[in-house]
Design a protein around this ligand. Structure first.
Ligand code: NAD
Length: 477
């Protein structure tokens, strides 16, 4: 029986979308059949098609932003930023394709040419998260299509409507119906895709827990490509600075943009003890002013609800856990609207906790740790299995140099938020935040494999050593 799926607007609880889970075998077969033709198109053709996609998205910009806002609960302005990232990704992918996986000619003997070219893997499955339901999967789909792969896209079961619209826009732009396929469903459908023998690779964005499960599943399938973009437990370190107000703003942006539902959101504020009281008061003052409301509300909210009630329940339970295990609340986490997943931004000082859980609390929850020395701040920043992003606010150039050298993360910033990375640069984390296959500009690398060829138009060869002389007497009359 085909499973029925639904999606509800987090901000209202209203039913937004209803549909059925995809038929994995059928979708893989369709993509597999379409792939050779798509792969054989000249690159110029694929570039032109994907450039048309930008125009199609631009024509549907407001509708897509509105749908993202309604399905995720993020404010409309925030959803517009996401749509804009979807559009700019095309130029970035085209530049990255030619720079990272373009053709190269090498010198070779006997007048032969030696070339390095890249080939697509075949059918790639893209598994998307709910927090950036268009931008993140698009960051895999575009480079995969450009390189000549066919793509099966499984959106998060929490954002099927945005997934459906994204694929519709690809088709409208002229990407063949079967070269990019939508496969709706939850973890079971994801598992069926990762297990399918005809899927050549998985491009995954989601939690570390799921990524590790897929990695385990892939242990016996080394021929398949696996790119894992996972979560974080990201530190933001505050050190000496006269700019406390700007520092507080950067901390708020890092911790609470999109309700803290960014993989790069700051979860841990590590602050110099002597600065802490003044800085925390400033951060709290600003957090108290943040408007949490419906995506389309007026005045414009800074953040909306989290994705659903179970997530909101989990976050409030986590806050209570931290509180009852030595955490000192600075700003309580409050469910602001009964029955709906609106959470006020929360701040808790966990310095006194004996054991701080190293988990990703994916929501508006900032933990504070006070330290005395700069070296302690770096040690605390590294006190996590994750390693996605880290920022230093304040400090001297020498301290930033030390921070940059010693902190373990794929994104390391100075006086800038932990989030908001550009797709024109590589993006990925270490530890359990990734598997050393950074995406964004470097996504091109895992969408194709290099092929080296020695080539010459006419066979030409000679063996210079190790041959017996020709016996001329034995030759014919
Ligand atoms: P998730 O891990 O629950 O789900 C991600 C996708 O995997 C979904 O499509 C889901 O259906 C599928 N899935 C779940 N279990 C599966 C399984 N066993 N096998 C195959 N597929 C399976 O993640 P989420 O809650 O949707 O998204 C939030 C997470 O994504 C956070 O941890 C966040 O940090 C992370 N994220 C990371 C990045 C990044 O680029 N590093 C960007 C955005 C979000």
């Amino acid at each position: 029986m085909v499973a029925s799926l639904t999606s509800h607007e987090p901000a209202t609880g209203v039913l937004l979308w209803q549909g059925e889970a995809g038929d994995v075998d059928m979708e893989v077969a369709r993509a597999r059949t379409a792939w050779p033709k798509w792969a054989a198109q000249p690159i110029a053709y694929r570039i032109e098609t994907l450039r048309r996609f930008v125009n199609v998205v631009r024509r549907n910009e407001e509708a897509l932003a509105d749908l993202i806002a309604r399905e995720t609960g993020k404010p409309l302005w925030d959803a517009r930023v996401e749509v804009s990232a979807v559009m700019t990704k095309v130029d970035v992918s085209v530049a990255a394709y030619s720079e990272r996986t373009g053709q190269r000619r090498l010198e070779a003997n006997l007048g032969a040419r030696q070339s390095v070219r890249h080939k697509p893997h075949g059918v790639m499955a893209v598994l998307g998260p709910y927090n950036l339901p268009a931008q993140m999967p698009n960051g895999h789909i575009l480079p995969a299509l450009l390189a000549g792969n066919a793509v099966l896209f499984k959106p998060s079961e929490k954002t099927p409507a945005v997934g459906e619209m994204l694929v519709k826009l690809y088709h409208e732009a002229g990407v063949p119906q079967d070269a990019v396929r939508l496969v709706q469903g939850g973890p079971d459908v994801g598992k069926a895709l990762t297990a399918h023998p005809d899927v050549g690779g998985i491009l995954f964005t989601g939690s570390a827990q799921t990524g590790i499960a897929i990695n385990r599943q892939f242990a016996a399938q080394p021929s398949k490509i696996l790119a894992l973009e996972m979560g974080g437990n990201n530190p933001i370190v505050l050190w000496d600075t006269p700019e406390i107000s700007a520092a507080a703003t950067i901390i708020i942006q890092s911790a609470f943009l999109s309700g803290g539902q960014h993989c790069t959101a700051a979860s841990r504020l590590i602050v110099k003890d002597s600065l802490a009281d003044r800085a925390i008061a400033e951060v709290k003052k600003l957090a108290d002013r943040l408007i949490v409301d419906h995506p389309h509300a007026s005045p414009t909210p800074y953040m909306g609800p989290v994705i659903d009630n179970p997530t909101a329940d989990g976050l409030t339970e986590s806050f209570l856990y931290l509180m009852s295990n030595g955490g000192r609340p600075i700003k309580h986490m409050v469910r602001t609207q009964p029955g709906l997943p609106f959470l006020s931004p929360a701040i808790i000082d966990v310095t006194a906790m004996k054991e701080r859980p190293d988990v990703e609390l994916f929501g508006p929850l900032l933990q504070v740790v006070r330290v005395a020395e700069f070296g302690d701040a770096i040690a605390e920043a590294n006190n996590s299995r994750y390693g996605l992003s880290a920022s230093l606010i304040g400090g001297t150039p020498e301290q930033y140099n030390q921070f940059w050298s010693n902190v373990r993360a794929g994104v390391v910033n100075w006086n800038r938020p932990t989030n908001g990375a550009t797709s024109a640069a590589p993006f990925g984390g270490v530890g359990i935040s990734g598997n050393h296959r950074p995406s964004a500009y470097y996504a091109a690398d895992y969408c194709a494999y290099p092929v080296v060829s020695a080539e010459i138009e006419t066979p030409r060869a000679s063996i210079g050593v190790g041959l017996k002389d020709i016996d001329v007497t034995a030759m014919g009359d």
